[in-house]
Design a protein around this ligand. Structure first.
Ligand code: NDP
Length: 316
């Protein structure tokens, strides 16, 4: 395969593969750099119930396999490498992975977002030894344990419900008494007899047993009530942090315009960035909707924008 392509897509979630599907069907030479998490965030979720067209729902990993195959049917190719550096100051644009340099006439950024962590004392020490940010990935390991979930959004509610299948109990710790999550998700969690809530509170410290040979093991958490200032220690076999996401846009710092928290700014209703020929879609540029269907929709827009822009530049 040549190292030059008409369209390079960076990121392999619903936005990236929809962009790949549309671009390859427009008869463009397209490659998708799949990155560190091929298929994106949906590969670490369970059932997707709200993607139109799947009346009875579909498992996230399976859905992304379908996305990939549909794009490949029209000639899009996947490269299982991670882009770590870009240079968009001249054309052709240059991008670099661990394997080398690639060039492109146009680039579509669909790098998505990653789960945020608390940064609380002990998080590094017990990471992977009881602390996780992905219930779907790690829930299975916490059978019969007292599990804590941090956060008050839809993700926290969804993870609490999922983890209740495995844990002896699930305690949702949220820093306020109001939930950001939708009412239906909160009601579902409240109706689950294994789930309880500790509100107006945060984890002040993760506590456990340190090991000199193997993995450190989390055994409890110290919680702090943010209204009274009181602290209390609770036995905990696992903590799942579910406090939102951060866009994966560091490699574009200083090159592509972003907002103050790193979401890429696109122009008007288009997917144009500040660099002509570079387009952005999906969770890397959408801090508001962040759904698979909206990501896919913006991936389609990016492909159409790129195709029209290429047509204006060079013809194809
Ligand atoms: P959100 O940003 O919606 O919620 C994050 C939660 O974490 C908030 O309750 C927030 O508290 C809390 N939080 C943030 N930072 C901290 C911190 N440092 N310490 C303690 N708590 C913190 O993120 P989600 O991941 O829950 O959801 C993202 C989007 O995905 C939403 O649009 C959501 O609707 C959607 N989603 C939909 C699902 C579905 O429909 N099935 C499932 C999962 C997600 P506070 O409220 O005080 O700010």
């Amino acid at each position: 395969m040549s190292n030059h392509h008409q369209v390079i897509i960076i990121g392999s979630g619903p936005a990236g593969f929809t962009a790949a599907l549309y671009s390859s069907r427009a008869n463009l030479d397209v490659v998708v750099f799949e990155g560190q998490q091929p298929g994106g965030q949906l590969t670490i979720t369970t059932e997707v119930e709200n993607y139109p067209g799947f009346e009875h729902g579909i498992q996230g990993p399976e859905m992304m396999e379908v996305f990939r195959k549909q794009a490949q049917r029209f000639g899009a190719k996947s490269i299982y490498e991670t882009i770590s550096k870009v240079n968009f100051s001249n054309r052709p644009f240059k991008v670099w992975s661990e394997k080398g340099e690639y060039t492109a006439d146009s680039v579509i950024i669909s790098t998505g977002a990653t789960a945020k962590l608390l940064g609380t004392k002990g998080e590094d020490t017990y990471w992977g030894g009881g602390i996780s940010a992905c219930a779907t990935c790690d829930g299975f390991f916490f059978r019969g344990e007292k599990i804590f979930v941090v956060g008050g959004g839809d993700t926290a509610m969804e993870e609490a419900n999922f983890l209740a299948r495995f844990g002896e109990s699930v305690t949702v710790v949220h820093r306020r008494s109001e939930f950001r999550a939708s009412k239906i998700m909160v009601d579902r969690a409240k109706a689950n007899p294994k789930i309880n809530f500790i509100l107006d509170s945060e984890i002040e410290e993760y506590l456990g047993e340190k090991s000199t040979t193997g993995m450190n093991k989390l055994t409890s958490v110290r919680l702090k009530n943010l209204i009274t200032g009181e602290t209390s220690v609770h036995a905990a076999g696992g903590v799942f942090v579910a406090i939102g996401h951060k866009p994966n846009t560091e490699i574009f710092n200083g090159i592509i315009d972003m907002n103050e928290v790193g979401y890429i700014n696109t122009i008007g209703k288009s997917t144009y960035t500040n660099v002509a020929g570079v387009f952005a879609c999906g969770d890397a540029q959408d801090s508001v909707y962040r759904q698979a269907i909206t990501a896919a929709g913006s991936g389609c827009s990016a492909a159409i924008d790129a195709e029209r822009w290429l047509e204006e530049q060079v013809g194809h």
